[in-house]
Ligand binder design. Sequence first.
Ligand code: UDP
Ligand code: MG
Length: 310
Amino acid sequence: MTENPEISIVLPCYNESEAVDSFFGRIIPVLNKLALSYEIICVNDGSKDDTLEKLIEIKKTVSQVKIVDFSKNFGKDAAMSAGLDFSRGKCVIPMDCDLQDPPELIPEMVKIWKSQNVDVVLAKREDRSDDSLAKRLTAWLFYKSFNQFSDLEIPENVGDFRLMDRKVVNVVNSFHERKRFMKGLFALAGFKSAYVGYKRPVRSGGQSKWNYWKLWNYALDGITSFSTFPLKLSTYFGLFVTLLAFLRGGWILIRTIVFGIDVPGYASLMTAILFFGGVQLLSLGIIGEYLGRIYLETKQRPLYVVKQIL
Ligand code: UDP
Ligand code: MG
């Protein structure tokens, strides 16, 4: 293996026994054809199946493979962060193991990186027709609200599949936060970028590790990591309600002076109490979301634990 390869592929793997063989079957010819030095950093994210054994088997024939084996499952973002930490290539390409990021796109990305003076080449999904309507709708909603609430702009329909120059990777590696919303961290690093379009194929084998509950939490992490706008919501809402209360209070006062006391009011009182109970709990919840994250960040625990490097 050369000291600093041209390309590092970063491959987080979690229970990918069914997918690894076909992944390597497709990527190795592509990389060999490029005739540039490369390394493939496989991060075994605590797989419970025989993913590690399969990777070790592949390493026997492909010497460019390096395996970072985690002590347990730490999640894709931690696995990718580890891959970026261990990579030494002049450019780095994070990829999914399930062939949803087609390896055939790599030569074009490398060509653009070398010829167009850009530091990031993003693979953009041009067609999401294979995703369900609900998935496309929630993805769209997420991108819109993220870009609205945060100062950052994350490009729509761009996943982690991208080429990054070493400069960019070094910046991303210097962010030490525990909650690693990678799309946000990549965008935070900045640098000039170009796009290549592709159609995202369906998974080659095995199962997606995502469900809607996980996606919701992922979206929450993303927004709370990059925006404090939700915290301000209660301030503005509070101001608005206070103004209304003044007007309404004034009106009740005048009405009582002019027309006397009006006793019935159970319905309006009940509604107001329940409504503001809800609003207060919601505001507390928002504060709690941030507080919990501050708590986790302050502990400074390691992002991942490496059991062995092969
Ligand atoms: N992955 C991981 N750790 C996890 C979950 C996923 O390393 O806890 C890896 C997984 O092996 C795959 C990539 O992250 O290579 C993307 O996962 P998946 O295909 O489930 O996500 P999707 O493509 O459905 O967004
Ligand atoms: Mg996938």
